[in-house]
Design a protein around this ligand. Structure first.
Ligand code: GLA
Length: 411
């Protein structure tokens, strides 16, 4: 009964949304490929400052991250300093003594882009001032500061779909009216099926899940418990909603945190193994998910840097076709995920979810619609693999490993 009512509400909602006239005032597609960058929440929470942002911008360049495509530095919650007597939003004067424009200017001087966080209610999730009823003022202020990306949360807002669509729609309209091309990230945790309406209100990405914790699997899924595997399962069926300028967002990369984050470590999430972090990167690349790092990029281990800068997986994530991988095969703990690429080839993930056993996972080339001799490249090993049987490919996959291959017909 309730399910039926929710479904019909969603349908009526959609019909209305299609009629909402929101048009950007410039001709470029925002976020034509999934956004790549770094976001402050998992590691720093409130301990952010002008000097930290500057150090991170320096690190993005010095550590080769900018070179492989990372471009945004995004401040999440707790940068705020209230409002002035005219209602203009202010940054925290202690954390950002020279104001936010100076911070954004520095990020831009490095050839990078700057993002900021707000919430479309009276308060943010961490209790700072939100943008409700200040949509035009905040959009204008963000534009003046030189913001390129806005993450907009939904804490303290009513639960119904209508309010979410209305509030996000109104705010994005104000953002577009500034004329500054700012990517807009909707963050209502997938609770109101934002993949159905996020793009209609001109959002470029939308969270599909609760906050991701720094763990492989929690064994339960709710606000507080969500591991890499729980988030992954919730992407099944959402692939049709993804494309250039409209991305499903299964939340930040936990790679390299090793349990050192704050709320990312909540409820016993104590970090992942290197193999598990590799799997998150491979899967997020296949899913065309935003690649938003959260570890301390000023000081990365050799493995963390190797994973985050894998150029062949980044190319899969940034592929111009913008398709999201589908789970084309599931046999207990063995899964195959496949993403078509612009050059006619496929990126294919072989995932072993078993906790203990190595599995041999077999792909039949017909599952990709390919007939003939295959050309196969391993995107973790960075080498071509020899194919013994024309129609079949069997890979040995370690527990919690996701091997990713690029597969095409030999020309
Ligand atoms: C929510 C969001 C997180 C983060 C925090 C900040 O939980 O889902 O990603 O932005 O708020 O308070």
């Amino acid at each position: 009964m309730i399910k039926k009512a929710v479904t019909s509400m969603l349908c009526i909602g959609l019909i209305l949304i299609v009629c909402i006239p929101i048009k950007a005032q410039y001709n470029e597609i925002l976020a034509p490929t999934p956004p790549m960058g770094w976001i402050s929440w998992n590691l720093f929470e409130g301990n952010i400052s002008e000097s930290i942002v500057m150090e991170l911008a320096d690190a993005m360049e010095a550590n080769g991250l900018k070179e492989v495509g990372y471009e945004y530095i995004i401040l999440d919650d707790l940068w705020h300093g209230g409002r002035d007597e005219n209602g203009k939003i202010l940054s925290d004067p202690v954390k950002f003594p020279n104001g936010m424009k100076v911070v954004a200017d520095y990020v831009h001087s490095k050839g990078l882009k700057f993002g900021i966080y707000t919430d479309i209610a009276e308060y943010t999730c961490a209790g700072m001032v939100g943008s409700l009823n200040y949509e035009e003022s905040d959009a204008q202020t963000f534009a003046e500061w030189g913001v390129d990306y806005i993450k907009c949360d939904y804490c303290h807002a009513p639960e119904d779909l209508w309010t979410a669509v209305d509030r996000y729609g109104k705010f994005i309209k104000a953002v577009r009216a500034t004329g500054r091309p700012m990517v807009f990230a909707i963050c209502e945790w997938g609770q109101r099926s934002p993949w159905l309406w996020g793009s209609k209100v001109d959002g470029q990405l939308w969270r599909t899940t609760w906050d991701l914790r720094d763990t492989w699997e929690h064994g339960q899924y709710n606000n507080g418990h969500n591991g890499i595997m729980e988030a992954l399962d919730r992407q099944v069926g959402l692939e049709k909603y993804a494309g250039p300028g409209r991305w499903n967002d299964p939340d930040m990369l936990v790679i390299g945190l090793n349990g050192t984050g704050a709320s990312s470590s909540a409820n016993g999430a104590s970090g992942c193994s290197v193999v598990e972090y590799e799997a998150q990167f491979g899967l997020w690349a296949l899913l065309s998910a935003p690649l938003l790092m959260t570890c301390d990029i000023r000081d990365m281990s050799v493995d963390t840097k190797r994973i985050l800068t894998n150029p062949e997986l980044i190319a899969v994530n940034q592929d111009k076709l913008g398709k999201q991988a589908s789970r084309i095969n599931k046999n207990n703990s063995e899964e195959i995920w496949a993403k078509p690429l612009a050059d006619g080839s496929w990126a294919v993930g072989f995932l072993n979810r078993d906790n203990n056993e190595v599995k041999n996972i077999t792909l039949n080339s017909s599952e990709l619609g390919l007939k003939g001799k295959l050309k196969v490249r391993d995107l973790w090993l960075h080498q071509d693999l020899e194919v013994k049987q024309a129609e079949q490919l069997t890979l040995s996959v370690k527990p919690h490993e996701c091997r990713v291959l690029k597969i095409e017909l030999e020309r």
